[in-house]
Design a protein around this ligand. Structure first.
Ligand SMILES: Nc1ncnc2c1ncn2[C@@H]1O[C@H](COP(=O)(O)OP(=O)(O)OP(=O)(O)O)[C@@H](O)[C@H]1O
Ligand SMILES: [Mg+2]
Length: 409
């Protein structure tokens, strides 16, 4: 009787390789010798074996788990994606026969998150100082978003999070959902439990880091956990508290939406319930649509960007639109303004950013950094200095590493 194939079953989403040629009979730690595509990528600490393989389409992360665990994690990551929540993208899962007779294991396949950094890199790599300061806000914002979307994380930690630079801010996303549960909504007890876990994990992780590198003064090993809790509670309250509005105060609805958007949340729906005597309405905002700005920008321009980057570019497009309307065009659709912005600003900037593009830099991030730098220079000069001047000055100030989007000021 021929030996059974070590790959019992594999499920892969369309648009990705079928991965059939991989040495499924061998444990992942041997894949470096057996599979030609393995590459080293920055990664966090983990109990399970994780390897990265490079294909034409993308780089993929493979994680070895016990039988059935990969499928479970895959399902949760898919559900997070459907709810627009920030997490790595699940690509597939496989069920394999392990070396032990009759034993089974499973492998989770996710897409390597381009431009993502494990927290240790954030602290060890020079030039990323300003992003370290944002670590707490990024973690708090991630946890609030996941909780709003009904995810109990169960193992919330810096190691289970990836960080991306996003227009000078830091964006956090979930990378490890092994212990997670999805619910229609979370109880206060479940949220509190996640916070306790995060506080404990982060204190341990920062203590480890402090032993090998200097932490910024804002990240104290013993106080950070408590600060996270306080910030989390403030943000949670800000987002979920109902607002009572008098009939003649309708403008407060828009005001509140703007506040929530300013905190980086998109308001997908507003529920209003009038109080019986008609004097008041109660407003509740529904905020889960994490990808709102990214999707809108992509739909209008085809550009893929981070959420804050997208917000900045959409603001520029709105500005172009306002100018066109001011110049006499009646109502200008956003698509028309987006086209003008693409040809007159983005494409012109991309020509000037040719060296960065050739060096493989994150163009959306560099564009937004130069944009901020242009505002700063223009404010100082008292007139618009233009993108060309801003990019030259920006480059001169970030000579140490031209790809790091953080000129000294
Ligand atoms: N899709 C991905 N993109 C980028 N990095 C990834 C990806 N998947 C895994 N990693 C890296 O591999 C590390 C380990 O992954 P993960 O946390 O899922 O493993 P784990 O063994 O389940 O962890 P734990 O010890 O917390 O149970 C992550 O910290 C991350 O740096
Ligand atoms: Mg992990």
């Amino acid at each position: 009787m021929p030996a059974a194939h070590p790959l019992r079953e594999i499920q892969v989403r369309t648009g990705h390789p079928d991965f059939l040629e991989l040495p499924w009979g061998a444990p992942l730690k041997q894949w470096a010798q057996l599979a030609g595509r393995t590459i080293e990528m920055p990664r966090g600490l983990s109990r399970h074996e994780v390897v990265f393989l490079s294909y034409d389409q993308a780089v993929y992360a493979f994680k070895e788990l016990t039988a059935g665990a990969a499928e479970r994690e895959f399902d949760i990551l898919r559900a997070l994606e459907e709810r627009g929540l920030p997490a790595v993208t699940a690509v597939g899962h496989a069920s394999v026969a392990t070396e032990a007779v009759d034993a089974e294991g499973s492998v989770l396949i996710t897409r390597f998150e381009e431009g993502s950094l494990p927290y240790r890199m954030l602290f060890m790599q020079p030039g990323l100082e300003r992003y370290r300061e944002r670590l707490l806000d990024a973690m708090v914002s991630l946890l609030v978003r996941l909780h709003l979307g009904g995810l109990f994380w169960g193992d919330c930690s810096l190691s289970n999070t990836l960080f991306r630079r996003d227009a000078g801010e830091l964006l956090a996303l979930l990378v490890d959902a092994e212990t997670s549960e999805l619910h229609p909504s979370l109880s206060d007890g479940q949220r509190g439990h996640d916070l306790v876990i995060l506080e404990e994990n982060i204190a341990g992780e920062l203590a480890d880091l402090a032993a090998i590198t200097e932490l910024p003064p804002t990240l104290d090993v013993w106080e950070t956990g408590d600060q996270i809790r306080q910030r989390y509670e403030r943000l949670w309250r800000e987002i979920t508290t109902d607002l009572s509005i008098r009939a003649d105060e309708r403008y407060r609805i828009h005001e509140r939406i703007r506040v929530l958007e300013g905190l980086g949340f998109s308001v997908s729906e507003v529920q209003l319930s009038p109080v019986p005597d008609g004097s008041l309405v109660r407003m509740r905002a529904i905020v889960t649509d994490f990808d709102h700005h990214r999707k809108t920008l992509h739909g209008l321009t085809g550009i893929s960007a981070g959420d804050r980057q997208a917000t900045m570019m959409l603001n520029e497009i709105s500005e172009v639109r306002a100018t066109l309307q001011h110049e006499g065009s009646p109502s200008v659709p956003m698509s028309v303004a987006a086209y003008r912005w693409l040809t007159e600003r983005w494409q012109v900037a991309m020509e000037r950013l040719a060296p960065e593009r050739e060096a493989g830099g994150d163009l959306a991030e560099i564009y937004c950094q130069v944009l901020e730098h242009k505002w700063y220079l223009s404010e100082r000069a008292g007139h618009d200095v233009g993108f060309g001047v801003a990019i030259d000055d920006y480059r001169a100030r970030s000579l140490a590493d031209p790809l790091l989007p953080s000129p000294e000021r």
